[in-house]
Design a protein around this ligand. Structure first.
Ligand code: ZN
Length: 372
């Protein structure tokens, strides 16, 4: 294992933050022609803790596999990829979703490098040479991006690692949820394999969910290059955001199982020399545009039933909201048939607030599809 600490030079006066990168297996240079990389990063939203424990179990397993000489490609693990968010503490609570300095979500506003990169590339008939040229052009385009603030430097470094990656797994968690993942519809087969490996009941597919999250910057840049330069551009990177259940589900037992499932996926993707059976199909692929929010009609105490992780019917109550002053109680009903896969952790809702999500089969929404 090689450890590289990438400094964020704009961290502040007399202080220093860095992104720790753990590189397992043969480096890209050591692999030579056809070199492959998988990038796994934990907790871009720094207050989403479960992925950081999964990363600890991955670190141990990857160290073992490397010592056994079983890593066929490079696996880069960022065990805590957002040092800015990790340091944000306000009134005794960690705030890791938005940068306090700018108000920006750490997992939004990644640059689209396709237009600038495409203008720099002439493709030929050699697929490997084309891929090298495209990646070099993407690196050049990324080099021209502003990197003055620590947040800009963080975004640039995470994308820099991803440009050379064939697989990118961005590990998060939801408020209170079952395991699920996000991916692009063009990569439904890989999403199915990943979801089945980790035992996820749900994969939400969207080409563009809005505001340029990290996973789409990694995978959809290849689609945009393809639109400009034609079919000789490969879909060179499979990227997925993984949601490792709810915020409080932090245990060695769960994290060890999740890490082992990711090792299995990496083996099926050719990064690990191991005999693994194809997983049983457990994961249902549904459109992100069919993910429907349930909103509280008025403020109050939220009391959920036992539907989390279950299929519910349109009109079925998944809980109620109770106005503690008037005593009024209103059922919280699913707008569609679908899987109730996530809900708010806080059991108080303001009027109009989204308190739960149900994944239906039909795309019913448009525009921005993710939460703020
Ligand atoms: Zn997140």
């Amino acid at each position: 294992m090689r450890t590289i600490d990438h400094a964020l030079s704009a961290s502040g006066i007399a202080s220093q933050r860095f992104i720790r990168q753990l590189h397992f297996g043969p480096s890209l240079a050591e692999q030579g022609l056809g070199a492959r990389r998988a990038l796994l990063q934990a907790s871009l939203h720094a207050d989403e803790i479960p992925p950081m424990l999964v990363a600890q179990h991955l670190r141990r397993r990857l160290t073992e596999l490397e010592a056994q000489g079983r890593l066929l490609g490079e696996v880069v693990l960022l065990p805590a990829c957002n040092p800015i968010g990790l340091s944000q503490q306000v009134w005794g609570r960690m705030h890791g979703r938005f940068e306090l300095a700018s108000g920006q979500n750490f997992n939004r506003l990644y640059p689209d490098l396709a237009e600038v990169a495409a203008a720099q590339v002439e493709l030929g008939d050699d697929a490997a040479a084309n891929l090298r040229a495209l990646r070099a052009a993407l690196h050049a385009a990324l080099g021209a991006q502003p990197a003055r603030t620590a947040l800009q430097q963080l975004r640039v470094q995470l994308l820099r690692l991803a440009i050379d990656a064939d697989v990118v797994l961005d590990m998060h968690c939801d408020n209170d949820a079952v395991l699920h993942l996000y991916a692009a519809p063009q990569q439904a087969a890989q999403a199915q394999q990943l979801g089945d490996c980790i035992g996820s009941p749900l994969a939400l597919l969207a080409e563009e969910s809005g505001d340029f999250p990290y996973d789409e910057a990694c995978s959809m840049v290849w689609r945009r290059l393809r639109e400009r330069l034609g079919e000789r551009v490969p879909f060179a990177c499979f990227a997925s955001t993984l949601e490792f259940r709810g915020e409080t589900e932090v245990s060695h037992e769960i994290a060890e199982r999740d890490a082992e499932a990711l090792i299995r996926f990496l083996a099926l993707q050719g990064f690990i020399d191991a005999e693994v059976d194809a997983p049983d199909q457990s994961c249902s692929l549904r459109p992100l545009a069919g993910c429907m929010h349930i909103h509280a009609p008025h403020a109050g105490v939220v009391v959920f039933g036992d539907t989390l992780g279950r299929e519910v019917k349109a009109g079925q109550a998944i809980g109620e909201v109770i106005d503690p002053v008037s005593g009024e109680s209103t059922p919280l009903c699913s707008p569609v048939d679908g899987l109730h896969f996530a809900r708010e952790l806080q059991r108080w809702a303001q009027a109009g607030q989204s308190v739960a999500k149900v994944a239906g089969m039909e795309a019913l929404r448009s525009g921005k599809l993710l939460s703020a």
